[in-house]
Ligand binder design. Sequence first.
Ligand code: HEM
Length: 326
Amino acid sequence: MGWPLCGETLGFLKPHRSNSMGNFLQAHCSRYGRVFKSHLFGSPTVVSCDHELNLFVLQNEEKLFQVSYPKAMHGILGKFSLLIVSGDVHKKLRNIGASFISASKSKLDFLNCVEKMSISMMNSWKNCKEIGFYKEVKKFALNLMVKHLLSIEPQEPLALKILEDFLTYMKGFVSLPVYLPGTPYASAVKARARLSATVREIIKERKKEELALAKGDFLDVILSKESLSDEETVSIVLDILLGGYETTATLMALIVYFLAHAPNALEHLKQEHIAIRKSKEDGEPLSWEDYQKMEFTCNVVYEAMRCGNVVKFVHRVALQDVKFKG
Ligand code: HEM
């Protein structure tokens, strides 16, 4: 169970390469098996790296188990975050969050936006000897989300401000929750407050100018749901930004990393893309059907998710004593 109070939290959070499960889990699994006891984030904890048990836990959500992120993370996530609320509030907010893609004006709009932004990002690399890919795709993913959610263009100063605050926010997200000036955790709590104020200001402007439903972005969709308070609206926007930005960027970086080690897969992927490009006129944008034809590409994405580590763990609390395989 580790040290008093902090238990084994430090070892658990120790950074490691994303294509591995890290020394802590490796050592614990080989010593105690894939399900073991520990003391993490201030509570006695059962850690499961067992696929079957994990599935059982997630399939019994709200029946035997409930989402339960450590108290310290509440300051970072805010009290209406989908990762914190449960029951009816969760259902209400989740329904709105889940309509993010389907409610976009059209899937084609989204796809065109992705294509244009990818081309512009790659053009900006043309004279570079070296690029930091992860850093670049983080910017790309955030710009895409900010444009789609809030209609803010990448070149606007506000986009840069949001990116900076998000980088600080994410740094503290999985850090040791120590609220002392200068710690990543304290900086993240402050960055969330700034992000929240920025989104609140955007909502205020939209309401004032009566621009609701004029921009066709996701904020318009959320604002049209009158049952939501401003605080809930801000929370959904931040949840989608938080959920969709670093995960996607990490996965894209992992895909590039894995492909560099798999020349055959890279070649197969290129052939799939060249065949689709050849079937189109010069400069004609990709359609949703083209995207659906990318079967091998889709497998590459899934395989990178299987071999890489994007989200390492989720937290649940048992609502009652549960027996599993004895
Ligand atoms: C590689 C990509 C992604 C990975 C690996 C990933 C992973 C996860 C995981 C593990 C959870 C569950 C957390 C929990 O239940 O405790 C989750 C929830 C969530 N994700 Fe993602 N995600 C990805 C992409 C996205 C994107 C693109 C968006 C938004 C556009 C998004 C939005 C959300 C939201 C809103 C939740 C909370 C859902 C709820 O509690 O009902 N995620 N994600």
